[in-house]
Design a protein around this ligand. Sequence first.
Ligand code: NAI
Length: 330
Amino acid sequence: MIPGDGIGPEVTQAVVRILDATGVKFEWERYAAGAEAFELHGEYIPAALYESITRNRVALKGPVTTPIGGGFKSINVALRKKFDLYANFRPIRNLPGLETKWPGVNLIVVRENTEGEYVGLEHEVVPGVVESIKVVSEKGSTRIARFAFEYARKHGRRKIHSIHKANIMKLSDGLFLRCARQVAEEFPDIAYGEHIIDNTCMQLVMNPYQYDVLLLENLYGDIVSDLCAGLVGGLGLAPGANLGAECAIFEAVHGSAPDIAGKDLANPTSLLLSAILMLRHLDEEAAAEKAEKALETVYAERKALTRDVGGAAGTSQFADAVLAAMGSLP
Ligand code: NAI
């Protein structure tokens, strides 16, 4: 467990209470990461945290602040790289009781998680000129495409769109597309299409129903998943999983939200939905369903929703309502 900073400790505390009420017995190993870990241990990612994830092969993570325009490198990116968590999986779905412009949205964002601009290769060529290198490999592109197609086949999804800018980034995005097309040939049961990223953003806000599974490189996936979170009610609602061959880290799509941190205002739904993905990953289907049903009841009844979705409840009050819906509030 990495509680994170900003709203991280508040949302993780709420989620741990709910997870404990599912009946699954958790033993949490808790670690700080980022600025807090540096103050405590002189390291941004303590060696003991790496060791814990290597041993347990699964982690639940709150958001961690990354300084903007300087300072230490992103902890999130470092963890994804270290454990080769190449698939970032973000399901986007409406919750009951929430009015949004588009009801019934149900799509999956699959984002390549280890390459692209996020390899962090930036340097100053001469004062006033910097270069930032984007890395796209055949291996990385093929395995994320295969992940998307295998997921689609297993879960009855019918259509995958590769999202790209290969009209401008002819070599890098061109390679990404070539790999996706090759994998698509192995899956004739799943329709395959390609859209340019800028058009995709417009299409998503005009008619999100045309998409089923979106397959994107790292940076495009980062941006489009926030856009998609907005379609279903905001960043407080969108869960995520970082999946690799060896281990998995489950975390919300949103960041540390410094503007509302420490005020008991954060919506823990996104992290709770991520934790529900984690339960399913651990084959704890009954526990996942119990938590999910309770969450949906709270939304359907609209009694204890947080402010970001039009309610007036605090983080802990919302968690109480989910626990009550599970029949677990003392
Ligand atoms: P943010 O996601 O923290 O906040 C954007 C807006 O959404 C804010 O108005 C915030 O109040 C609201 N919001 C986010 N989560 C919410 C929740 N659970 N409930 C209610 N409202 C919520 O994005 P921002 O401000 O761009 O980033 C802040 C910090 O978080 C940065 O240092 C960034 O690097 C870091 N970050 C960390 C991530 C991670 O740990 N996986 C992911 C994204 C950003």
